[in-house]
Design a protein around this ligand. Structure first.
Ligand SMILES: *[C@@H]1O[C@H](CO)[C@@H](O)[C@H](O)[C@H]1NC(C)=O
Ligand SMILES: *[C@@H]1O[C@H](CO)[C@@H](O)[C@H](O)[C@H]1NC(C)=O
Ligand SMILES: [Ca+2]
Length: 415
């Protein structure tokens, strides 16, 4: 190869190189310009939206510290749990005259209940009278609920007085005639080293000597019940109050949302709804097995609230949310995913999340041995929403609700 050949060779090759070099910067230049605009916009938007969001998610502490819990696959909604619309045959009573009548008691045909505005009311025929107030007004908001009081469980004692469990104020005996109120157990009292934070339900022995009651949690209050469910906090207790000695003792601890309570007919044991675990526990309170505990019913198709005796010798269990199978249950799905729960509660308030909980009212009648006898459903809670209790009286079920502005009454001869 001589010099000319060499030049020619270079020339021949040069255009390729020049083309490559001249096109690339041109291409790069245009991409840098529009890309810069895009990237700057994207990053600005990103830092405006994403970084604060990440900041919120990463820096803020979640209000809950969920436990990993294992729930069995829910039972199939078939056979005894087969969906129906029987609960929709209920009739609403006193609509907009009562708010959140969670629990119901009766003396003859006179009905008593406690409402979300802190009142104990008496229902006689078509009239609603206020018997007593447990706390102090103002009432009606989340902020004043602890001072207003929130009566939940209600029972009639042997002398015709009412025994009431108030979520914030403790146990009361109320004279329905005079309206006199006696605070039997205050929530200021420390029991077993812990405050009573969420007193929920109670039952009284026939001789009026003992009152058994639940404290759903030591950590959460009633207004934070969604936190309690989603955290699966295991600090619920069953307590005993002795009306003679006025002493309170702990019978059972470590329950995940201890809720409704009901004495067995022989008064040797009490049933306790453990809401978050979708089951009913039992603790023996007298007799040979005193102190013994077991599970009365496991893996219910929903989250049990109050339990009340049925006239057939069994029990009524009310639920306002179910674990549909087939279907999707948020609580079951998230039970093993505490980090998702944490995240959800960092971003959303309880009120917003409540709107995503599907309503489904379910009332089960259990046999004495705990197996299912029959079930009444109201899918979507169209007539009877947020049911908390089924109280049987004179051939009817009176349905309490922790949230609805009415009572429901179901004629058992029609279902
Ligand atoms: C019922 O009344 C009797 C007589 O006044 C009294 O001795 C008893 O302690 C009362 N029982 C309850 C549960 O209040
Ligand atoms: C429970 O009791 C009912 C009615 O007495 C009976 O039909 C059913 O077989 C019992 N179930 C179990 C598991 O023993
Ligand atoms: Ca309850």
């Amino acid at each position: 190869m001589n010099e000319t050949d060499g030049l020619r060779f270079r020339r021949l090759n040069r255009p390729q190189i020049i083309t490559d070099e001249s096109q690339e910067p041109q291409h790069k230049g245009s991409s840098t310009y529009s890309g810069k605009v895009f990237r700057v916009t994207f990053l600005t938007l990103g830092s405006l939206l994403l970084f604060p969001l990440l900041g919120v998610i990463l820096l803020l502490e979640s209000p809950i510290h969920p436990d990993v819990v294992s729930l069995n696959e829910p039972p199939l909604m078939s056979d005894c749990f087969e969906p129906n619309f029987k609960l929709r045959q209920a009739e609403r009573l006193f609509e907009d005259q009562l708010l959140g009548p969670e629990s119901i008691a009766n003396v003859g045909d006179v009905i008593y209940t406690g409402t979300a505005d802190g009142k104990i009311v008496k229902i006689e025929g078509k009239h609603v009278h206020v018997v007593a107030r447990l706390g102090k007004p103002p009432c009606g908001s989340r902020e004043n609920e602890p001072t207003c009081g929130r009566p939940l469980g209600i029972r009639v004692g042997p002398n015709g007085t009412l025994f009431v469990a108030d979520a914030y104020l403790g146990l009361f005996e109320v004279n329905p005639v005079t309206g006199e109120v006696d605070n039997l157990v205050s929530t200021r009292q420390v029991v077993g080293g812990r405050r009573l934070s969420f007193v929920n339900d109670l039952d009284v022995t026939q001789d009026g000597r003992k009152v058994y009651f639940t404290d759903s949690s030591s950590r959460w209050q009633r207004r934070d019940y969604l936190y309690l469910i989603m955290e699966a906090t295991a600090d619920g207790r069953v307590l005993e109050y002795d009306t003679m000695t006025r002493e309170v003792s702990v019978l059972m601890d470590g329950l995940r949302f201890a809720n409704g309570i009901e004495l067995c007919p022989d008064e040797e044991s009490v049933m306790v709804a453990e809401t978050t675990m979708a089951r009913i526990r039992r603790v023996h309170v007298s007799g040979l097995n005193k102190g013994g505990m077991d599970t009365f019913v496991d893996n219910l198709p929903g989250f049990p609230d109050n339990i009340r005796r049925s006239s057939s010798g069994g029990y009524w269990v009310a639920m306002s949310a179910v674990r549909p199978n087939p279907g999707f249950s948020m609580v079951d799905f998230l039970s093993q995913k505490p980090w998702i729960k944490k995240l959800i509660f960092k971003v959303f308030s309880q009120d917003i999340l409540m709107k995503f909980v599907p309503r489904y009212s379910l009332v089960l009648e259990l046999w004495e041995n705990g197996s299912c006898k029959r079930s009444f459903h109201d899918p979507h809670g169209m007539v009877a929403a947020y049911v908390s209790e089924a109280h049987e009286h004179n051939g009817h079920l009176y349905l309490g609700s922790f949230r609805s502005p009415y009572l429901c009454k179901l004629d058992l001869s029609q279902v």
